[in-house]
Design a protein around this ligand. Structure first.
Ligand SMILES: C[S@@+](CC[C@H](N)C(=O)[O-])C[C@H]1O[C@@H](n2cnc3c(N)ncnc32)[C@H](O)[C@@H]1O
Length: 269
């Protein structure tokens, strides 16, 4: 059997995801972590979020069908969406995968007036899907430890020795994590950068140590940074060359290197 060419691993390519996905062998990726344009007209320095609804949904189905074959049989998918198109996209995905959760990311947006004709939207809708029933999932890696007070309050004999009390609790499906506001220390120059806390939780739970995470829409490179911090490998794509440079910078910072020493984010020929 021919040895697998691994030159796509630990790289972010400055190209269209649909084109780039062809680089990746089928069945080689543990986790697909996708944060695509939302179909809301955001400015990513390109027209990628300017499609009308029908074209956006057609494009979504196209990249889903190109990306899913890259997953291993026990692989999983997390997809960041908003309430506007999560219903349609969840239906698409339910025809192809097993749906495990709808996770609500409460972005902890402060109360400041807001709209007057409906309720202000302050959450992202995240879909968690798996290829098969025996999908990889390491709950122990992401349990939230109880504080001493709560532990003490659960000291009745029936709880003694309970694994969940010692290791912590399941994070549940509402994740309350602050968005990266302008002054946040993690903040890079990208309009929809995701917090490492959220992406690292997904990676630790759903990609084994040393495994590979694929993010077709890297943005500021949160998935690449999170994967490296967690001892996993990554691959991904990003259309905007300025964001590619940002990714390179973030990774170099993590490695304690000067940006440019090692070309991790690079343009394709
Ligand atoms: C929602 S943002 C991702 C943000 C990222 N998760 C982060 O934390 O920074 C989507 C990104 O996908 C990029 N993009 C849009 N269409 C693309 C395509 N067809 N191929 C590759 N990248 C694309 C955009 O330029 C944008 O930076």
């Amino acid at each position: 059997m021919a040895a697998m060419n691994n030159d796509w691993i630990d790289r972010v390519f400055g190209e269209d995801a649909l084109q780039g996905l062809q680089r990746i062998p089928d069945g080689s990726v543990d986790l697909l972590l996708a944060d695509p344009p939302y179909g809301l007209g955001k400015d990513y320095g390109n027209d990628s979020d300017k499609l009308d609804t029908a074209a956006y949904l057609r494009w979504t189905e196209e990249w889903i069908d190109a990306a899913l074959p890259k997953l291993k049989p026990n692989g999983s998918l997390y997809i960041f969406l908003t309430w506007r198109f999560s219903p349609e996209i969840f239906v698409m995905l339910k025809q192809r995968m097993i749906m495990n959760n709808e996770i609500i990311w409460d972005r902890r947006v402060p109360s400041m007036g807001g709209g007057t004709r409906r309720f202000s939207s302050v959450h992202d809708t995240i879909g968690f899907f798996a290829c098969a029933k025996d999908y990889y999932f390491d709950l122990d890696a992401i349990r939230i430890p109880y504080d001493a007070e709560t532990k003490k309050a659960r000291s009745r004999s029936i709880f003694v020795g309970a694994k969940w009390l010692e290791l912590g609790y399941n994070p549940k499906d509402v994740w309350s994590v602050s968005r990266l506001h302008r002054e946040h220390r993690e903040r890079a120059d990208h309009p929809t950068q995701k917090p490492l806390e959220i992406v690292e939780r997904m990676i630790k739970a759903s990609c084994p140590p040393g495994g590979i995470v694929l993010d077709p829409f890297m943005g500021s490179g949160t998935t690449a940074v999170a994967a490296r911090r967690c001892g996993r490998r990554f691959v991904g794509f990003e259309l905007n060359p300025e964001y590619c440079a940002l990714i390179e910078q973030r990774l170099a910072q993590l490695d304690g290197q000067t940006p440019g020493e090692r070309p991790l984010a690079e343009r394709s020929a």
